[in-house]
Design a protein around this ligand. Structure first.
Ligand code: IPO
Ligand code: ZN
Ligand code: ZN
Length: 289
């Protein structure tokens, strides 16, 4: 596992992460009637995230923001890349999904705010982008941030993306998934899913919590199936990890319904902030040798 030797940077950046920004982003995403990947509301949600990441990345040298068009549905994925100064072909990945669903397949104009699933993951990730961009962080390894389309359709967006990445002349060092970060249903703050993930990488993340978030508690669980986009990276042999909000039995009961709102999760965004903190230490420790 990589050495943990970037304390100066992590300790300078971590305090800048602000739960209020996470709340604002979740509210922005939930404002859409739904973010269903087959509907124009889902297309709009992707374009809004594209705009948000582009404005955050303004002035961040070597950062590029693009949309990834999918073959069989209109919702695009969003990608932000900051090229590494020393190892541009070695890529550290983090992702969340930008779509939402209300459970049934033809949700038409049904309400699916998706505040926790997965507005929280997108918001946790976006707050890390803001802090890295504002500090003009120039990593030695390439960092890639994803907002995946159509996760609820069966990991459709990330599946297409990893097939495309497989054809690139790059090595994926690791991929973290943030799907549901803002509902602390259990007594532990972060639960690591142990299936469709890499145990060494998961252990490395647990060591990061011990080092940089000593008051955060964590545990492990199993999804029992490919429960989010980390499984797409795992399927091409990239070390994947999925820090999750609770044990399965305790997870947010409101997901995939009109009741998946900010009020029905953590309205202060403090739970989601813990995931931003882990994501930041992950990207800095993996982004620099
Ligand atoms: N399947 C996931 C929800 C989900 C995530 C983790 C576990 I454990 C069980 C269920 C989903 O809806 N992602 O969008
Ligand atoms: Zn879901
Ligand atoms: Zn999800």
């Amino acid at each position: 596992a990589p050495k943990i030797d970037q304390a100066d940077k992590v300790n300078q950046l971590m305090p800048q992460l602000d739960a209020n920004n996470i709340v604002t982003e979740i509210q922005k995403e939930s404002a859409n009637q739904n973010r269903f990947y087959k509907l124009k509301t889902g297309v709009t949600a992707s374009d809004e995230l594209f705009d948000t990441w582009k404005s955050l990345a303004k002035g961040w040298d070597k950062a590029t923001v693009t949309q990834f068009s999918h073959r069989r549905f209109p919702q695009k994925s969003v990608e932000l890349e900051i090229k590494g100064s020393k190892y541009p072909d070695k890529v550290v990945v983090i992702g969340a999904h930008l779509d939402s669903t209300a459970g049934s397949w033809t949700i038409l104009n049904k309400r699916a705010p998706g505040a926790d699933d997965d507005g929280s993951g997108i918001a946790s990730e976006t707050e890390v982008i803001r802090v890295l961009a504002e500090n003009h962080i120039q990593p030695e390894y390439t960092l890639r941030f994803y907002g995946y389309a159509a996760e609820e359709g069966g990991l459709l967006g990330s599946r297409e993306i990893v097939q495309s990445v497989k054809k690139e002349p790059v090595t994926i060092l690791s991929a973290m998934q943030l799907d549901m970060t803002n509902f602390k249903g259990s007594d532990k703050d972060i639960i690591f899913e142990m299936d469709h993930t890499n145990s060494d990488f998961t252990h490395f993340l647990q060591t990061l919590i011990d080092t940089y978030q000593p008051n955060i508690t964590y545990g492990t669980d199993q999804c029992g199936y490919a429960c989010s986009d980390h499984a797409s990276w795992d399927s091409i042999g990239a070390p994947a990890a999925m820090p999750f909000e609770a044990y399965m039995k305790d997870m947010n009961p409101n997901i995939h319904s009109k009741n998946d709102t900010l009020e029905n999760s953590d309205p202060t965004g403090t739970d989601a902030l813990h995931f931003s903190q882990l994501a930041l230490s992950y990207l800095i420790e993996m982004g620099f040798e």
